[in-house]
Unconditional design. Sequence first.
Length: 78
Amino acid sequence: MNKTLASVPHQRALVRRASPRRYSLATLRSMISAWREQTRFRWDLKRISEANPHLIDDIGLTKRQAEDEIAKLPFWQR
């Protein structure tokens, strides 16, 4: 179907599908903040598991859960 022959509502639908998802600056900032908090938590969890493994039970995690979270760190931080 040629775009010139398409109806106006149909052309708008084509434009909506083709446009990339856009986020507001506030949304991007909150996403980056959440990523940093998660990374910091995982980094702290790694340090705790190495220095004082008995403290993992105190924060309510099993050893397996802690290992799973630590595994989510980038490979250069593990």
